[in-house]
Design a protein around this ligand. Structure first.
Ligand code: ZN
Length: 143
């Protein structure tokens, strides 16, 4: 478990207090001796549904494999090959990487996956497009 408190950028995106973040990661070296970090993080994040404007818990999951390089030539070279690469020197803040990966895994327009109290939802029993037909008719009258 991971204390989410320092992850200010991620917390700023949450509609309510964020829950705990579970994180697994390991470091290794590739054939060239570069540091490789493989990780998985997930957290239930309260987000505002963009369809019904209600807060819901979205489980954000991120899996990554990043190569850390100390030269910008290496960075360019690997990036061109489609490798997730970071130019980096000095001590690495794992929390920063976790936060960035979780933010990248966030949906652009978060919304309930299933049940959604949509503002556009028709009344029970009504034909789903009955309201729409009314709108279209009204529109035609106006033209
Ligand atoms: Zn919704």
């Amino acid at each position: 478990m991971f204390d989410p408190a320092p992850l200010a950028r991620l917390r700023a995106l949450a509609a309510e207090d964020a829950g705990p973040i579970s994180v697994r990661y390991q470091f290794a070296r590739d054939e060239q001796g570069r540091a490789v970090m493989e990780g998985h993080a997930e957290t239930p994040l309260p987000l505002l549904c963009q369809r019904c404007a209600r807060v819901f818990l979205f489980v954000v999951r991120a899996d990554w494999r990043r190569v850390f390089v100390r030269s910008q030539a290496d960075e360019r070279d690997l990036a061109e090959k489609g490798v997730d690469v970071c130019y980096h020197h000095g001590p690495l803040d794992v929390a920063d990487v976790v936060e960035e990966e979780l933010m990248l895994a966030l949906p652009m327009a978060p919304r309930h996956l299933e049940e959604c109290e949509s503002v556009l939802r028709p009344l029970a029993g009504a034909h789903p497009f009955a309201g729409l037909a009314g709108l279209l008719k009204r529109d035609r009258h106006n033209n």
